[in-house]
Design a protein around this ligand. Structure first.
Ligand SMILES: [Zn+2]
Length: 508
């Protein structure tokens, strides 16, 4: 049984009146493809639950109030360095037309997950704070700071400073959050200092003050540290299903801490957890701040939405995805696998593969092209093939075939019809030359590609030359290398007079 169906069957058995599936992300820069995996996993569980007639809701929270704690390499330092330590929703957008830095990167990511068929309801953490719903749990956390501190200390086997408080106040003078430290709580207000040099990467203003930690529709005063905020959100919203990447889910990781706070302090049942593996590129974990790997939006330039979704649907959650398209067959193989899954769906063969295909669809079930991606990649390199591509309805995939050929295909898959007779034709055998001469004469009769391909074979038999020698001769004459796309199709795509002359020239 497909993994998401297994999970949803298990969830259905517990019989909750509402299953609330949630995922989240801090929009601190271009969001990389690894985070997309979380969105799809939660989407699959949401959709499977719906199909199992469970009352279910799916939300995605953008933590737009988190501080900027690192400067992405692709942003100008002179403009953005001043905002380090500031909540993301207060930082200007790097691109015009967005209310903030957080909104710009969140929307960029949302566009991608919408494009691949994930449409959770979007929530912003700032709205959650403004709604005052977090205030009770902020009070509870401050009131019970000693218990929370003990949980931290037991878990991380270290002693926290005595003035430690589970709250991060926004400096009322400079607006930064990373630079402040709460030093007291009287049940109504916290005292705090904004330290100038406490951090290496962000400067505070030196201000000290006393202020309420409670937010309202007019102002957000601060935030819970995220390991406490995580369970607070579970409780405040009523979330019942939420997974995370394995870095958070490992023993002693943030999920373990959030679990203890959830159970001991907030007295709320921990949402059904799903730990999922990484999405790697060339075996390496991606990093948005270092600009390594692919951002989610970059992936959509390389793969059509259904194939991008398919990668994440077909891989079990506990398996890492290693996507390394450079100079390899990774991309054509993916398309092949997708077509195979489609066959299983339409011909009602392997149930799991059929289900994977079904769940990889975006809006409606769509039969993929029958032509192999690698063939298409050859077609897009041949002249005069646009008509054929159009006729077969392949324009959509042809776009990605071009990207593959230009950016990722190994050299052996790239073909270019040579303008001049390639030097390599000098090395052709007398028999090969004779063959090219005969083939040139044969081209006069109009034929379709299938007939021509058959005649290429027949002529090689008649002349008693191994067919591989025949094909390499044709490729050398046209492309200057000994292999290429299906010969008859290549010949058909070119101007007849040009080929006739080329084959003649190569035969002397
Ligand atoms: Zn300050």
């Amino acid at each position: 049984m497909f993994w998401a169906d297994k999970i949803s069957r298990e969830l259905k058995e517990r019989g909750l009146p509402l299953e609330w599936v949630d995922d989240m992300k801090t929009p601190s820069g271009k969001i990389h493809i690894g985070s997309l995996r979380g969105v799809v996993i939660h989407d699959l569980i949401y959709k499977a639950l719906k199909e199992h007639n469970v009352n279910v809701k799916y939300t995605y929270i953008f933590d737009n109030h988190d501080p900027m704690d690192d400067l992405p390499v692709y942003l100008p330092k002179e403009k953005f360095e001043q905002y380090l330590g500031m909540p993301l929703y207060k930082i200007p957008s790097p691109v015009d037309g967005y209310s903030s830095y957080a909104e710009y990167y969140a929307k960029d990511f949302q566009n991608v997950f919408n494009a691949i068929g994930c449409n959770p309801e979007i929530l912003w953490t700032t709205d959650l704070y403004k709604s005052r719903k977090m205030n009770d749990l902020i009070k509870e956390s401050l009131d019970r700071k000693d218990e929370i501190k003990t949980i931290y200390e037991e878990m991380y086997k270290k002693t926290l400073p005595s003035e430690w408080y589970p709250f991060q106040i926004y400096c009322t003078n400079c607006g930064k959050v990373s630079t402040t430290q709460v030093a007291g709580w009287d049940g109504a207000e916290v005292t705090f200092t904004c330290y100038i040099d406490r951090l290496k990467w962000a400067k505070g203003c030196g201000f000290s003050g006393k202020v309420s930690p409670f937010s309202d529709e007019k102002e957000i005063r601060g935030k819970l540290p995220w390991k406490i905020e995580w369970p607070a959100k579970w409780k405040v919203l009523g979330i019942t299903v939420e997974g995370a990447g394995k870095d958070h889910m490992s023993a002693g990781g943030s999920h373990d801490l959030a679990t203890l706070i959830c159970e001991r302090i907030f007295k709320y049942t921990v949402p059904y957890p799903i730990a999922y593996e990484f999405f790697l590129v060339g075996g390496k974990k991606m990093s948005s701040s270092k600009g390594r790997g692919f951002s989610a939006s970059e992936m959509l330039e390389i793969l059509p939405p259904e194939i991008l979704r398919f990668i994440m649907v077909k891989t079990r959650v506990n398996q890492a995805i290693d996507f390394d398209p450079s100079g390899s067959e990774t991309i054509p193989n993916l398309f092949d696998e997708y077509q195979e899954a489609a066959d299983n769906y339409f011909e009602k063969k392997n149930e799991d593969l059929a289900r994977i295909f079904e769940l990889s669809q975006i809006d409606k079930i769509e039969k993929p092209p029958a032509v192999r991606f690698k063939t298409l990649a050859q077609w897009v390199q041949m002249p005069n093939m646009e008509q054929e591509i159009k006729k077969e309805g392949l324009e959509k995939w042809a776009k990605y075939a071009r990207v593959w050929v230009d950016e990722y295909a190994p050299e052996s898959e790239r073909f270019l019809v040579q303008e001049k007779l390639p030097d390599q034709t000098k090395n052709l055998s007398a028999k090969q030359k004779e063959y090219l001469k005969k083939l040139s004469d044969m081209l006069d009769n109009t034929k379709n590609a299938e007939e021509l391909q058959a005649e290429i074979y027949n002529l090689s038999k008649d002349m008693n030359i191994p067919s591989k020698d025949v094909f390499s001769a044709i490729y050398i004459a046209l492309l200057g290398k000994d292999h290429g796309p299906k010969a008859a199709w290549l010949l058909q795509s070119l101007d007849k007079e040009f080929i006739k002359k080329r084959l003649q020239d190569a035969s002397v």
